[in-house]
Design a protein around this ligand. Structure first.
Ligand code: SF4
Length: 164
């Protein structure tokens, strides 16, 4: 598995000051994707235990309120194992900080039964649809995408949207 980029400080992907990592590889190829350089599964750099350590070290800073995992597609079968390992390690080390994930896969159709869901606070799900783009939307690009409170959704066994 590979990743594209780590941002040590990100103020646009999720609430507060965060660190973010963009995983490499996506098969959805949405029209006008904001990040087409992440589509190629052979691009970017190798994702290793050192990558996880690097992210965890960045997140030790008190001003970092959480980790955002984007792509590419962090939940693609090629990537989900590494995403799970990272989210699990992060939550074990920083239970008070939040994990947000952006995925083209639907939460209730694909993600809710995956181990990774245990370690994620919020998933912004669904593929970007250019015809539904609205620049006023917060944390999502098109109105079909949902900002989901993962732990409440698991507990109540239905999709519960995140309340800001
Ligand atoms: S799912 Fe995300 S990364 Fe993949 S093509 Fe769509 S917008 Fe781009």
């Amino acid at each position: 598995m590979r990743y594209n980029l780590i941002r040590k400080m990100d103020i646009s992907d999720g609430p507060g000051v965060r660190a973010s990592i963009f995983m490499q590889g996506c098969e959805f190829h949405c029209k006008n994707c904001f990040n087409p350089e992440t589509w190629d599964f052979n691009g970017g750099k190798e994702f290793t235990d050192d990558t996880i350590k690097e992210v965890l070290d960045i997140c030790a800073q008190p001003q970092i309120k959480g980790l955002s995992i984007l792509g590419g597609e962090p939940m693609h079968p090629n990537n989900i194992e590494g995403t799970t390992k990272l989210a699990k390690a992060f939550k074990e080390k920083y239970p008070e900080k939040t994990v947000w994930v952006w995925s083209g896969f639907k939460f209730d159709e694909y993600l809710k039964d995956k181990e990774v869901a245990k370690y994620v606070d919020v998933i912004v799900d669904g593929q970007y649809k250019d015809e539904l783009h609205d620049f006023r939307l917060k944390w999502r690009g098109s109105s079909n995408q949902r900002v989901i409170d993962v732990q409440k959704s698991l507990k109540e066994d239905k999709v519960v949207l995140f309340e800001d």
